[in-house]
Design a protein around this ligand. Structure first.
Ligand code: THU
Length: 158
């Protein structure tokens, strides 16, 4: 039995504890399962100049990329919820990636040659909604449109 969804949701919940979200008070955590079974995480990081804020999924993908592992993402988990007085995410409603994050996730997906499973969970409770990225971002524009991808990684490939 594949336990990637609950494992990723648990890691995303842990990551959300490090959200810097004093403005929205909405904490998000993201977790990326990698080819070697390890997990890379991210949390949203807001900015006093609100529009500069970074989503959890984007932080996680950038972290994987900075480690030379953009092509090694095999599955995604995300959770989010309103923060309580102690800064902990709350709520039982699954959160799915925003439009920009879907596009950022697509970079990892196409560079790795995968249609990524995206598991959307909540801060609390057992609800999980699972998708493929192609369902969340159909007919996506991506590296493949520019002749870049798993088989043609580009001049800066590591
Ligand atoms: N947020 C994420 O981190 N990921 C998403 O996919 C949706 C939104 C963050 C951005 C902002 O810090 C807070 O949630 C409220 O929008």
């Amino acid at each position: 039995m594949n336990d990637e969804a609950p494992r990723l949701i648990a890691a995303a919940r842990e990551a959300a504890r490090h959200a810097h979200a004093p403005y929205s008070r909405f904490a998000v955590g993201a977790a990326l399962l990698m080819t070697d079974g390890s997990i890379v995480t991210g949390a949203n990081m807001e900015n006093a100049s609100y529009g500069l804020s970074l989503c959890a999924e984007t932080v996680a993908v950038a972290t994987a990329s900075a480690a030379g592992r953009l092509r090694d993402v095999v599955a995604v988990g995300v959770i989010g919820g309103a923060m309580d007085a102690d800064g902990r995410a709350t709520g039982v409603q699954p959160v799915s990636p925003c439009g920009r994050c879907r596009q950022v996730l697509n970079e990892a997906a196409q560079m790795g040659g995968r249609d990524l499973p995206v598991h959307c969970g909540a801060a609390e409770g057992d609800a999980i909604r699972s998708y493929r990225l192609s369902e969340l971002l159909p007919d996506a524009f991506g590296p493949l449109d520019l002749g870049i991808g798993r088989d043609h990684p580009g001049p800066d490939s590591k």
